[in-house]
Each structure stands twice: as C-alpha cells, then as structure tokens.
Write a protein that binds this ligand. Structure first.
Ligand code: GDP
Ligand code: MG
Length: 166
C-alpha cells in the first residue's frame, strides 16, 4: 500500500512534531513560533507493507499579507493532490475562527479527512469526549483519532488506520 497524506491545521498544533515522530528524523523544523514551516516538506514512512509520503504544510489561516497568501495556496493545492488529509487540532485550544476557515476549505475537497486531536497529554479524558462530540457536528470526518505527537500516544494506531485508507 502506498499514498500521499497531507497534514494541515492551525500553526502550533503539532504538525511538524507528528511528522518528525513518524519519520524519525528532524526533517521538519519544530518551533513555538508560528509559520516556521514555509513550504511543504515531505517525509516518506516506509514499512514492509506500506509506503506513505507525508506532506507537512504551512498552517492554513486567513492570509493577512502576501507571504501568508502564498503559503495558503501551497496548503490548499496540496489538498487536491493527496489520498488523505489529516486535519490536526490542539485539544488545549477551543474551536476557533481559524478552524472554521479550514473546515470551509475542506468542504471544497472530496479527499477523506481524519480529525487528529493532538496534545491529549494536556486534557482530561472526559474533556476529550466533549471535544470529540463538538467536532463531530462540524464535518463528516472519516475518522477521529486522539494522539500525543510529543509523547507518542496512539501514533502507531493512527498509522494503522491511515494504511486502511491507502
Ligand atoms: P506546527 O506549527 O503545527 O508544526 O507545530 P509544532 O510541531 O512546531 O509544535 C508546536 C509546539 O507544540 C512545540 O512546542 C511542540 O513541542 C508542542 N507539541 C507538539 N505536539 C505536542 C503534544 O502532543 N503534546 C504537547 N504537550 N505538546 C506538543
Ligand atoms: Mg510546522
């Protein structure tokens, strides 16, 4: 099995951390500053039965300037070319305008979308269930998968689910 998977989400939700954990190399720059990832960086995850190309994107957001506009287009074009989209959110932050904007963009694609709830190490399980219920009403996500990209919780399980869609 093989395919292309794009990771999208607001800045700082943990996209690069996830990619680095999966690929096992520091190929995407991680930082607390938003928009460190200026362009798409690809990493290839290889196993005996699967090869998955991950594409880390600049965070999708409402562009405020020309560079932001360019980065937005890079991210959006990527969505049409991939087999699967991972829409990552930070469970510590509430649902915001930025997420609303991204969900509007997702409605323009036919590509299956997983909701990845990252940073579960930061919230209580009951809180997590409430967040899942909230997101379910917003978009018909193919799967909803809670993880901690930093600690590694549930990342292997997510890789298994991804393979089913390729
Ligand atoms: P990106 O902008 O979406 O690529 O986000 P980064 O991967 O650069 O991560 C932003 C910040 O969130 C960094 O300080 C990471 O260490 C932190 N981070 C990422 N994943 C997790 C997680 O699962 N748990 C916690 N507590 N922090 C995380
Ligand atoms: Mg990044």
């Amino acid at each position: 099995k093989s395919g292309f998977v794009s990771i999208i989400g607001r800045p700082n939700v943990g996209k690069s951390t996830f990619l680095n954990r999966v690929i096992g190399q520091k190929i995407a720059i991680m930082s607390d500053k938003p928009q460190t990832t200026r362009n798409k960086i690809q990493g290839v995850y290889t196993e005996d039965d699967a090869q998955v190309v991950f594409i880390d994107t600049p965070g999708i957001h409402k562009p405020k300037h020309k560079l932001g506009d360019f980065m937005m287009k890079v991210a959006q074009n990527t969505l049409k070319e991939v087999d699967l989209i991972l829409f990552m959110v930070n469970v510590e932050e509430g649902f915001g305008r930025g997420d609303e904007f991204i969900i509007e963009k997702l409605k323009e694609t036919k590509t299956p979308v997983f909701l990845i709830l990252n940073k579960i190490d930061k919230v209580h399980p009951e809180e997590l269930l409430k967040i899942i219920d909230k997101y379910r009403t917003l978009y018909p996500f193919a799967e909803i998968v809670p993880i901690s990209a930093l600690a590694g919780n549930n990342v292997d399980n997510l890789l298994g689910v991804i393979k089913k869609y390729l």
